[in-house]
Structures are given as C-alpha cells and as structure tokens.
Design a protein around this ligand. Sequence first.
Ligand code: ZN
Ligand code: ZN
Length: 422
Amino acid sequence: MADVDLARARAVLSRYGAGAPGTDPAALADLYRDLHAHPEPGFGEERTAALGAAALADAGYEVTTGVGGTGVVGVLRSGPGPVVLIRADMDALPVRELTGLPYASRVGAPGDPRTPLMHACGHDMHVACLIGAASVLADARGHWNGTVMAVLQPSEENGAGARAMLDDGLYARFETPDAVFAQHVFPLPAGVLALRPGLVLGATENLEVTLTGRGGHGSQPHRTIDPVVMAAAAVLRLQGVVARELDPEEQAVLTVARLRAGEAENVIPDEAVLTLNARAFDPEVLARVVTAARRILDGEAAVSGAPEPPRYRRLGAFPVTVNDPATTAALEEVFGAVLGADRVVSMDRMIGSEDVGHFGADAGAPSVFWGLGAQAPGTAPAPESADAGNHSPYFAPAVEPTLSTGVRAMTLAALGALKSTS
Ligand code: ZN
Ligand code: ZN
C-alpha cells in the first residue's frame, strides 16, 4: 500500500453505479433488504450463501460453496500480483426484531420457528458491501493486477466460522492472501469510517458450565443438594474475579449471560447450567480470568457437597484483533483523500470480539478491520431508538449512506493492496 494512486482509485470507484449489474447501488440496497428480511443462524446460512455465490459468479468470480460449512469463496485473477482477501460474515442472531421496518425479519430458526432470528449485528450489510466491492473490482480489473479472494464467512457470532473455513483448507485449496480486510457496522454516524492501528478488539472465551446437585421435592430441601443455590452463589462470587483478582490496570469482563435450572416451582432440579463469557485485551489476563472462574465454580460445588465436580464445555473462543499499523495508516490516508477527511474518525478500542483475526494470523499477512458508521443522520444512539447498537432488537442501520460507504471503503482497501497496471 506504499503508493496510493488517487486518480486510479477514483477511476475504479467511478464504476460503482455505472458498471455491471452487481455495481448498481439500488440493486445492492435491494439485496441488503432481502438479506435483512431473511436472517439465518450460524452455519445455517444456506440462502445467504446461495445469493452471495450467484452475485459473485455474475461478476466473473470463480465461486466455490460449502467451504467450512456454508462458507463461500470467490476468486478473481487478473495477472500476477498480490492476493487480497476481503471478508464478510453472514450469520444472524436469535433476537426478535422490533425495528418495525418494512423489511424487518419475520422468520424464526429453521426447525425451531419459536426461536426468533434477526440481523441484529449488521452482517447483512457486510455481505451487501462485499458483493458491491467485489463487483466494482471485477468491472475495473483493467486497473489492477493480482487476485481478489472474496470470502463470505459463516458463523462469526460464536467464533467458529473463520476457523472452520481455514480448517477446510481455505489457503491450501485457493490462495494464501498477502492482505486481509474486513469491516463492521457500528452505531457511528452513517458514512463515517473508524480506524485504529494495533489492538482494536479483545479476546473472548465462552464456556458452558453444568453444576450437578441432587433433585427432590421443593418441601424437602434437606434431602437434596440444591444446584440453584449453588449456581446463585457462584454467579455472585464470580463478580469478584475482575473486581478483586485483577490489577486495576488490567481490563477484563466476566459475564454470566445464561443461567438455566428447573422446570417446576415445586421440584428442586438435578442440574443448573450457566455460561461464562470472559473477555480481555490480553490473552494472558483472559487465561487468568477463566482459571479463577473455574476455581470458584469447582469450589462452590465442593462446599455444596455436590456429587460430582462441575462439567465444562468450550462453546467458542476469539483471538484478539490487531490492525497492521502501516496498512491502517495507508487506509486512513486513502479513505480521507477519496471520501473526505471528515469521514474518517479514530476507532475506540472495544472489548467485543471478532474471529476475522484468524485469516491474517494463519496467512502471516497484515489485516485491517475497520468500523462502518450506520446510524441515520440526525439521530443519536439510544436503547429504544431505531439507532440502537449492535445486538439490540432495534438495531436498524441506515441503508444509505452506509452501503455506498462500505462498498467504496472495501474497494479502496483492496485496490491499495493490489498491483497497479499503470
Ligand atoms: Zn455481533
Ligand atoms: Zn457482528
């Protein structure tokens, strides 16, 4: 990304809205609304993958489906040069949509219609932007040499999708990238791009914990070992891990977001099942948090007289996300020069997580993950406004200028890492 040729960048972007059908902003907005109305769960993104694969094939990409489950890989070669991987995630969340949008989700999970589904994290926008950028790059392939690898990834939310694609031989079967780019919608003003060099997102580990007691009649607690009391005590004690065991300089979060036990009001159950969601910016701190949590859970079971120690099941893990400083600086420059300096802001470090880091790490290639503002002009984020944050049932990205900004940003990033033909 040494030389940013602005004339070439503008020439390529001029194909957006003027080139092949895949470059049409109105058609991409229709695709976005269609994806939004039809969310699918992680590793169940059949329809999304099929639509994405068809759009990439139309644009001239050599397309392979079923990579790492429902993943899609589109490869477009234009002479010798660097390989650039551009990635969008496809999965939705079990959230009941309350946006009231005409294209709001009304569907439930396949085979389990009572579980709602919603694109509450904006991955539908990521897919539409990726299709747009891939199409613009294809339309303007006379301007660059190299290979574009367009990746539609399954199941980001549980941290398994990127790993699944890599373990399915992504780099052995296709190409190993020289640069990796991904973007994510956030509740920043629409049309804004947020960048940060270095560490941007934290690492996460998710565990399911089963506490075993001995069930019985609600009137005879003395004949039981009550897993509800065991779980309640453990959850409270877990709050002390971050508060009392970490150096105040260290940052971490330990959340119990799910706690389930019992079916009837007069039956003490045999088991309580809870989840641990641990996050930190430093993998070593994360490991200490998880070790402390397990010590507390093991201890709580022991002092309760549990018939067996807790059982642990790993639900997923995310690495830290680190942006290559030089590539980030180059993107900042080109985004500012082409899209306007006022459109580029500094991204806050967030303790949320992403699995996109696996793509760059496995390739030993620089990667950049940036924020794409999606909040409608003139509004502020609020829990019950249409501009609530990611994972809210009210999360409703403004289709424009979010979509066009995302297409342009992804196109510029890829272009900067490809070889100029001039
Ligand atoms: Zn999310
Ligand atoms: Zn997300």
